[in-house]
Design a protein around this ligand. Structure first.
Ligand code: PBG
Length: 327
């Protein structure tokens, strides 16, 4: 017997063979594009730490959303950026039907109908003057149950504005059950909850805070998960599924592929992962220095996130990838 008789390289010999045996697919339909719409913006404003990502005006949002849908992305996730003067302690501009997020949703729902899956970030941090994801109690701590009441009203307002998916991202206990009850009571039984289930207190959210003009001082460690913990993610996943989450999410993605794998192995519902602002910014910055190849790196990281078990990936490259894959 000649040695080596086991030759795994046989399956790597030509592009056609590699394509035949590839385990993991990366398709535009699996990708969701997060988008920012800013109140008062008359044109798209660049976000310095996220090259190529902008705070949209309503008009530029409509164009970019239509383009992304035409390119084949699986869905759009909308974030609102209010004017500074509209922020308050309870984040009321996030709930108002004429607030920027709900206006953006209504307009996209009217433009795009069921040709895409329209999603909304269901969280107060963009809208609070203190920048936390919930309302504060007298001692300045985020008040879990008072926050739930705000999330319920926010989710119902988003559903009324045409969101098909609400994405509670504040990591309050019981947020999925409360929102499910509230949506059902309002007649929105078909609205999907994509729960940010295992969301870590991560430095990778840094550029996002510029993207939404966050007012946060301090950190979110009393509600987002500790970076050191993996097992806790399974507990959060079990709770969210019990509470009625239709899709669960792990976030960030690349530094948490182990968590993603564990959650995907046991989840009875589809699993999403969010390639967050810091992951995007790092790759852009290295590419701008010609240290890496942006497109190759984006595709490799996204494929890795899919391989680790994500059915759906939220990524700022969603529309670009759709273009690259069709080239
Ligand atoms: C909270 C929210 C955040 C992100 C998505 N939803 C920020 C945070 O928790 O600080 C981060 C997304 C990203 O970094 O790309 N509304």
């Amino acid at each position: 017997m000649p040695f080596p008789y086991q030759r795994p390289r046989r399956l790597r010999a030509t592009p056609a063979i590699r394509r035949l045996v590839a385990e993991t697919t990366l398709a535009p339909r699996q990708l969701v594009l997060p988008m920012f719409v800013a109140d008062g913006a008359t044109e798209a404003r660049p976000i310095a730490s996220m090259p190529g990502v902008v705070q949209h005006s309503i008009e530029s949002l409509r164009r970019a959303a239509a383009d992304a849908v035409a390119a084949g992305v699986g869905g759009l996730m909308l974030f609102g950026v209010p004017e500074e003067k509209d922020k308050d302690a309870s984040g009321s501009a996030g709930l108002a039907p004429d607030g920027i997020l709900n206006r953006g949703l209504s307009i996209l729902a009217a433009d795009l109908g069921d040709s895409t899956v329209l999603m909304a970030d269901t969280c107060l941090d963009e809208f609070t003057d203190h920048g936390h994801c919930g309302v504060l109690d007298a001692s300045g701590r985020v008040d879990n149950d008072a926050t739930l009441a705000q999330y319920v009203d926010m989710a119902v307002a988003q559903a009324n504005s045409g969101a098909r998916v609400v994405g509670p991202s504040g990591m309050m206990d019981g947020q999925v059950a409360a929102i499910r009850d509230g949506l059902d009571a309002a007649g929105h039984t078909e609205v999907i909850i994509m729960a940010y289930t295992a969301k870590y207190a991560s430095a990778f959210f840094g550029p996002f805070r510029e993207a939404v003009g966050s007012s946060l001082r301090g950190d979110r460690r009393t509600y987002q998960q500790d970076v050191a913990n993996g097992r806790e993610a399974l507990r959060e996943a079990e709770l969210d599924v019990e509470e009625g989450a239709d899709i669960i999410m792990v976030k960030p993605a690349m530094a948490y592929l182990d968590v993603l794998r564990q959650v995907a192995d046991v989840s009875p519902v589809p699993v999403a992962a969010y390639q967050v602002s810091g992951e995007y910014a790092m790759i852009c910055a290295a590419a701008q220095n010609n240290w890496i190849d942006l497109q190759a790196m984006a595709l490799e990281t996204l494929t890795s996130i899919r391989r680790a078990g994500a059915d759906i990936v939220l990524t700022y490259w969603a529309a670009d990838v759709a273009g690259w894959l069709s080239d």
